[in-house]
Design a protein around this ligand. Structure first.
Ligand code: ADP
Ligand code: MG
Length: 452
């Protein structure tokens, strides 16, 4: 592919160019907030929009829901099966949980094989934890892909994201596919009562004990958010006088009105879903390492970094050789000589100078800084949509390893939020809503059971 960047003779000039390329100006961010409002409004009315604004058919819990529920969590690299107990006083406890790695060939094989894989995992979970097979367990299925729902317990996959491509699932009801697979494996003790997205689970899990939480965000393999909307503000539901509220799964990873660089375009073109999920590809854990790797390879080829290691380019040539978790380690290296970065590079067979290590750390900072800034701006957009003058206190429930583990990510988000909203940003706080996709799903199952 022809590269549009000019050639740079010195490392300083090239890295200054990169810094500017990934920088977010205030003008960019305020424009993005306006574009967010525009696309939120378009999505809610069913018009053209890069935000799908999918109704979830569930509202926030009241905090008094109780009982024991099973939950499934599929949406990234792992599949989890959980048993969760709700005490009716805002506390959800995971009693049992098992995690299974989803092999790439299962993610990218046939739909039947994928759902059979889930059923086998469920079977082993039930056996391991001695669940009785002669009674019925209510289960909520957290399925974190864009799904069109018309009720809480069914939904049709609109399209895969995050590297999944399993055939014969798009356009189908995923609860039916799960039930079919359970029947094939003779698992008759499960009743699927709710289908949810992890972002909805995250909001629900936090709001079970905290009524100020009206926004749930995922910053993990992918990125997404949901918030609480009035039925009367959702024209596509055609219930203008309905007095209630519903959680809307925004599918914000697909937001397309972002200024991207040539490296983003290359990453997108090489992905399994070119053209889609442009915001997610700039923000989330599945992509940040890969984006940084692409820029790094370009820098090595231009001979502005790792000059003393002639075959450095070979070490970063393959996809996956620089992970988002590696970036976090690199940015977290506070030793005087950047020793942690040095050992990371040595493990790859790369000798580096102190300047090389400083530049690598800077590069990671450009890319994670942009990701955190975009995430914070999207949060500001949704909160000011709900409360334009920021009169109320808002808690954002956030889940995902990027938010939880990436060195300095939350701090960078905070500084962009402060820059955008000034003193009013003090009304917004975020908390790690741990295990929203598991606990939250169980709460959704309880809400669904209560409204039957
Ligand atoms: P999911 O979104 O699939 O539920 P997680 O919330 O566990 O999964 O997020 C997984 C993503 O988080 C991975 O794509 C990885 O890039 C990123 N990640 C994992 N560990 C770290 C880490 N230590 N620092 C930064 N990012 C990490
Ligand atoms: Mg998750």
């Amino acid at each position: 592919m022809m590269r549009l960047t000019p050639s740079y003779e010195t490392r300083d000039a090239f890295f200054s160019y990169l810094e500017e390329l990934f920088a977010l100006s205030s003008d960019d961010l305020f424009a993005m907030i306006k574009d967010f409002y525009w696309d939120m409004s378009g999505g809610l009315s069913g018009g053209p929009s890069s935000l799908k604004m999918l109704p979830s058919f569930v509202d926030k819990p009241k905090g008094a829901e109780e009982g024991s529920f099973l939950a499934l969590d599929l949406g990234g690299t792992h599949f989890r099966v959980l048993a969760v107990a709700l005490d009716g006083k805002g506390k959800a406890t995971v009693r049992h949980s098992s995690q299974f790695k989803v092999p790439r060939k299962v993610m990218q094989g046939t739909g039947a094989a994928l759902f059979d894989f889930l059923a086998v995992c469920i079977d082993s979970f039930l056996t391991k934890n001695r669940f009785q097979r002669n009674r019925t367990y209510d289960l909520a299925f957290t399925f974190s892909f864009p799904v069109r729902q018309t009720r809480v317990d069914s939904g049709v996959l609109i399209g895969w994201t995050k590297g999944f491509t399993a055939t014969d699932v798009q356009g189908k009801d995923v609860v039916c596919l799960l039930n079919d697979a359970l029947r094939r494996k003779h698992i008759d003790c499960i009743r699927v009562t709710a289908l949810a997205n992890d972002t909805v689970g995250t909001l629900v899990a936090r709001s079970y004990k905290d009524p100020t939480c009206n926004l749930g965000v995922i910053l993990g393999t992918g990125t997404n958010a949901c918030y609480r909307e009035k039925w009367s503000n959702i024209p596509k539901l055609k219930r203008p006088k309905h007095p209630g509220h519903m959680i809307i799964n925004m599918e914000w990873g697909d937001f397309s009105r972002v200024r991207s660089s040539c490296y983003d375009s290359e990453l997108d073109a090489a992905s399994v879903n070119p053209g889609a999920m442009r915001f997610e590809k700039m923000v989330s854990g599945m992509y940040l390492g890969e984006l940084t790797r692409r820029v790094l390879v370009d820098a090595i080829k231009r001979r502005v970094i790792f000059i003393i290691s002639p075959d450095a380019v070979q070490r970063f040539k393959r996809k996956g050789t620089l992970k988002t978790a590696d970036m976090s380690l690199i940015e977290g290296d506070d030793t005087a000589d950047l020793d942690h970065i040095d050992s990371f590079l040595k493990q790859k067979g790369i000798l580096s100078t102190f300047d090389d290590r400083t530049l690598l750390k800077r590069l990671c900072g450009f890319i994670s800084g942009r990701a955190a800034g975009l995430g914070a701006t999207a949060i500001a957009a949704v909160i000011t949509w709900m409360d334009p003058d920021l009169k109320k206190v808002h808690t954002v429930g956030i889940d995902g390893a990027l938010f939880e583990k990436y060195t300095g990510f939350s701090t960078k988000m905070r500084s962009v939020l402060d820059e955008l909203l000034g003193g009013k940003a003090d009304n917004i706080s975020w908390v790690h809503s741990k295990d929203g996709s598991g606990k939250g799903a169980a709460i959704i199952a309880a809400v669904a059971a209560a409204s039957e």
